[in-house]
Write a protein that binds this ligand. Structure first.
Ligand code: AHG
Ligand code: MN
Ligand code: MN
Length: 337
């Protein structure tokens, strides 16, 4: 079968778009290299633990920083050297990360969650990396200021994620549909495996941490009950699937059809807008889902329409099959009246 690499895909399928510039492609290649390095470490994590128990490995257990930090360090180091960025934002860093003076810069801005679902890593459950690419509006030689970075999700030039699981996958969009690639470890290339992904109009899965039920407001309980009950468009309950790694829950629902919900947590006054971050989690996945025919909302507005006020702003997130997200928005609107 003709194998299509990401680079080839970017050049061939985006040729009419500004994305196919060499600079954009070289940024993607650096991002892919970082993901391959992270994937190798994620897959080895179990091994290290096992070996670590027999004491056969050196203090790597202590020396290897937590996988979040490791993935973060790999991404920052690689992407600072991509030569096309003017700023980096990471879930793990409070402030923007600058590109050192001696390194070449460009107009792109990269925001990422280096390791999503990290609480699952010790149980060998899928984890991922989520990324969002923006572009500064005005040409400049200096580092991008925060105000240049805080752009609406609709402004993204690319977004996607890597999923480290039974195989390592990359799913991305540049605004011309969604395509999935699977890493062939024997050649170290991501090869096109899921061309032009479209998500079903209405799903059959709902993903939410129901442990928070007692902390939710009436609207949220009604929304979740819609999917649990039979009084819905399906005429029967949706299947409950929740892994606790957003990327893995999102990816399954993207392919099979479904909705992922992370509502506001009344329980925690520190997180009245829920746990998930707008710029490095909700916004990139919202770009992907809309390009795949789905939807993403904070319960009132499309995620992509929200103007960030800070780098680590959190939002409630309802994302997946269009009809299911629309139903949640309808329920919230009814309760707002
Ligand atoms: P991260 O590991 O980047 O902090 O993200 C974890 C997130 C997300 O992956 C997942 O959907 C959610 O946390 C699970 O939260 P709960 O444990 O509260 O359900
Ligand atoms: Mn995350
Ligand atoms: Mn994370």
């Amino acid at each position: 079968m003709k194998q299509v690499t990401v680079t080839e895909h970017l050049l061939l399928h985006q040729k009419e778009s500004p994305m196919a510039t060499g600079r954009f492609t070289s940024m993607f290649n650096e991002l892919i290299l970082a993901a391959k390095i992270i994937s190798r470490e994620v897959n080895k994590a179990g091994l290290v633990d096992v070996l670590g128990l027999t004491g056969e490995v050196n203090v790597q257990g202590e020396a290897v920083r937590k996988l979040d930090d490791y993935a973060n360090a790999v991404l920052i180091h690689r992407m600072q050297r991509a030569g096309v960025l003017c700023a980096i934002g990471s879930e793990e860093n409070a402030d923007l990360i600058e590109i050192p003076d001696h390194l070449p810069k460009g107009d792109y801005i990269l925001i990422f969650d280096p390791l999503d679902g990290s609480s699952n890593i010790d149980a060998n459950v899928n984890v991922g990396t989520i990324f969002s690419v923006l572009r500064r509006k005005e040409k400049s030689e200096c580092a991008a200021r925060l105000c240049e970075v805080l752009q609406k999700g609709y402004e993204q030039v690319a977004a996607g994620y890597f999923l480290y699981g039974s195989s390592t996958m990359m799913v991305y969009t540049t605004g011309r549909g969604v395509n999935g690639f699977t890493l062939d470890p024997s050649v170290g290339e991501f090869l096109l495996s899921h061309p032009d992904i479209k998500t079903p109009e209405r799903g059959k899965i709902y993903s939410v941490n129901e442990g928070y039920w007692s902390f939710w407001d009436e609207a949220t309980r009604e929304a979740v009950s819609y999917f649990k009950g039979s009084d819905n468009e399906r005429g029967k309950p949706y299947s409950a699937r929740y892994i606790g790694s957003l990327v893995a829950d999102f990816h399954r629902n993207l392919l099979y059809g479904g909705i992922f919900l992370y509502p506001a947590d009344m329980q925690d006054p520190k997180k009245p807008k829920g746990k998930l971050r707008l710029m490095c989690e909700a916004s990139p996945l919202a770009f992907v889902i809309e390009q795949a025919g789905g939807a993403a909302s904070d319960g009132e507005r499309p995620i992509l329409d929200i103007e960030p006020t800070e780098l680590h702003e959190r939002v409630p997130l309802f994302i997946g099959s269009k009809r299911d997200v629309e139903k949640v928005v309808e329920i919230y609107r009814k309760h707002k009246k």
